[in-house]
Design a binder for this molecule. Structure first.
Ligand code: SAH
Length: 246
């Protein structure tokens, strides 16, 4: 049967899924814990990417090489950058760009050298399922009516973006490079690139924990502690059940 890896950056994002894992089997590899088991009828491996692009690439590679996963789904939190992307909203990624990659003037800003591209795509079919699951998951949580589900480009970089001016500058620079981003986080683009290299389907969903502005460092921990896990549980339950239907 096809094995789904569910990756999160932080323990708080993973906790709810771990509590539901059946026949859990823990192993340690490359300094990380990997949890094999079944979730909503599907064989899964739960793992923490840890924070940042390099850590996320290591975990993703281990999932593929060592645990033979067939697809990777990321569930976590992110800072809202786009207009109207508010705390509590959910963003399902279509593609990822690395906002801190700059080998100019040798290569265009944001382009990943030797790949000839600056964006790495998510798998369309898997992403369509994740979008559907996110919609149903959000409905089940009975959230305020203003809660929105977004779908589009996300940016990753090795920096917690927490300043109004910084987030504005980031957005403007990306826009100049032709990248209109909805949210910013620290791992997705790395996982997308590893999956691209291995030809593995990848999809990602992020709940907005902060607005990457001057209060991001205050909003982030509260949201991660109290809400992130509930969203992940609600969305991933529906996502995994949808995999049973071809
Ligand atoms: N101090 C935190 C550090 C977390 S870094 C801790 O206690 O561990 C923030 C994490 O959430 C990263 O994994 C990143 O992917 C995501 N994230 C949420 N908001 C972000 C923002 N504004 N900028 C960058 N990453 C953000």
């Amino acid at each position: 049967m096809t094995i789904t890896a569910i990756l999160s950056a932080l323990a708080e994002e993973q906790q709810g899924l771990l509590e539901l894992l059946q026949q859990p089997q823990k192993s340690n590899h490359a300094g990380r814990d990997f949890w094999q088991g079944r979730l909503h009828g599907q064989p899964v491996v739960l793992a923490l990417s840890r924070i940042g692009k390099v850590a996320a690439a290591t975990t993703s590679t281990a999932l593929i090489e060592r645990f033979n996963v067939d697809r990777i789904v990321f569930t976590g939190v992110a800072g809202g950058l786009g207009d109207g992307v508010q705390v509590g909203d959910v963003v399902v990624a279509t593609e990822f760009v690395q906002h801190d990659l700059d080998a100019s003037p040798i290569f265009p800003r944001y382009e990943v050298p030797l790949y000839g591209r600056s964006r790495f795509p998510c798998n369309a079919a898997l992403t369509a399922r994740l979008l559907q699951a996110s919609r149903a998951g959000l409905e089940s949580l009975a959230l305020p009516a203003k809660t929105l589900l977004h779908h589009g480009l996300m940016a990753s970089g090795d920096r917690f973006v927490s300043g109004m001016q910084e987030s504005r500058n980031l957005r403007t620079a990306l826009k100049q490079g032709g990248h209109e981003v909805l949210a910013v986080e620290m791992e997705g683009a790395a996982v997308a690139q590893v999956c691209f290299d291995y030809g593995l389907p990848f999809a990602a969903v992020r709940t907005i924990s902060d607005r990457a502005d001057d209060t991001a460092h205050v909003d982030f921990p509260v949201f991660v502690k109290d809400v992130a896990s509930l969203y992940a549980q609600a969305i991933m339950e529906r996502f995994l059940l949808s995999l049973l239907i071809r």
